[in-house]
Design a binder for this molecule. Sequence first.
Ligand SMILES: *[C@@H]1O[C@H](CO)[C@@H](O)[C@H](O)[C@H]1NC(C)=O
Ligand SMILES: *[C@@H]1O[C@H](CO)[C@@H](O)[C@H](O)[C@H]1NC(C)=O
Ligand SMILES: *[C@@H]1O[C@H](CO)[C@@H](O)[C@H](O)[C@H]1NC(C)=O
Length: 398
Amino acid sequence: MGRTFFLLVAAVLVAYYVYVPLPGDIEEPWKLMLETTRLKVMMGLISFAEFLGINHSMDTIQLLMRFQEVPATSDENVTVTDTTFNSVPVRIYVPKRKTESLRRGLFFIHGGGWCLGSAALLIYDLLARQAAERLDAVVVSTNYGLAPKYHFPRQFEDVYGALQWFLKEDILERYGVDPRRVGVSGDSAGGNLAAAVTQQLIQDPDVKTKVKVQALVYPALQALDMNLPSYQEGSDFPILTPSTMIRFWSEYFTTDRTLEKAMHLNQHVPMESSHLFQFVNWSSLLPERYTEGHLYKSPTPGSSELSRKYPGFLDVKACPLLANDNTLSHLPPTYIITCQYDVLRDDGIMYVRRLQNAGVQVTHHHIENGFHGAFTLHGFKIAYRLQNQYFSWLMENL
Ligand SMILES: *[C@@H]1O[C@H](CO)[C@@H](O)[C@H](O)[C@H]1NC(C)=O
Ligand SMILES: *[C@@H]1O[C@H](CO)[C@@H](O)[C@H](O)[C@H]1NC(C)=O
Ligand SMILES: *[C@@H]1O[C@H](CO)[C@@H](O)[C@H](O)[C@H]1NC(C)=O
């Protein structure tokens, strides 16, 4: 009797952990459920450790992720080296095949919620190799200081410093890169940093070489309104939940959990900054298809104490959607991937609309059965498809 009961409880627990209700049109659902389970078990263990006071949870995940890193190893087609640009560690991929002409350059920024990941993660190493080989490009895959050890603006500054270094005439020359064919790209938090440094670059009189394109893969672009339709719908989306996203956003600025709590209530922006809501107003910026069934309510103004302590969350360098139309109008041709089942879906769609309104040439690929993380889910059909689209756009436009 005792044993049967125990087995029953165990079975229910396993089912609870493995079964995640997924939207019907997602392919390879069982494979994805196992992936999600792996994340859930990891998060569960980490929360438990945090509860016991063992460590800050992001530190623990960073430790676990280190096992998924690979050293810089050249193969028959690409030479891979680790070095530093402006004291920022970067990994560089140079195609081995001979060429008469200068090459494309691609500056890539990994994702991981400003807290996790590195250029050495297997998934990013494979992606950068592919990019070098398929685009015949010199790929610079940059690292940056991560939370909780470092907060905004450290991440932004590391990435911008490495990009400035790469764009110097003698550095481009050393790697055989054509200064007229350099692109900036990143996924998720890396997409956020890519959008932010590209905005900074077009306004920087000290940088002569400008980038030709930016390619943003499900980027995070604003931390003002945490109640967009994609956040409201997102609790059933795979891989990234709205509360994890809010945790990442708040960790970007501080380890003080009061910001996270205020963000959950959507009460973190003070009254005197409410003019910024026009830049993230989903009621006017999203197509009707995404607003249907959702009533627009502008976020409740909160006290100004949080923004005095952590002004970063109102800074355009953290939230590229806060740029004015004049800044946006100078941006280079842009490629954006958004996914239907992604908390960050509406950030990307609003940026597409704002860039188009400012006259920027935008290619928007919306993946109907896509979800956050799909671009780098090695071994999944959807990752293969997304990467193919991404590379063919870069092939034509970079
Ligand atoms: C806590 O985190 C640090 C990294 O910040 C790590 O070096 C240490 O091993 C961790 N301790 C435990 C018990 O996980
Ligand atoms: C190198 O390139 C060749 C030709 O494109 C390809 O068949 C091979 O798989 C590549 N090698 C690696 C290690 O990717
Ligand atoms: C958002 O847009 C809607 C519809 O265009 C408008 O009624 C509302 O006043 C706007 N709110 C803010 C805070 O900009």
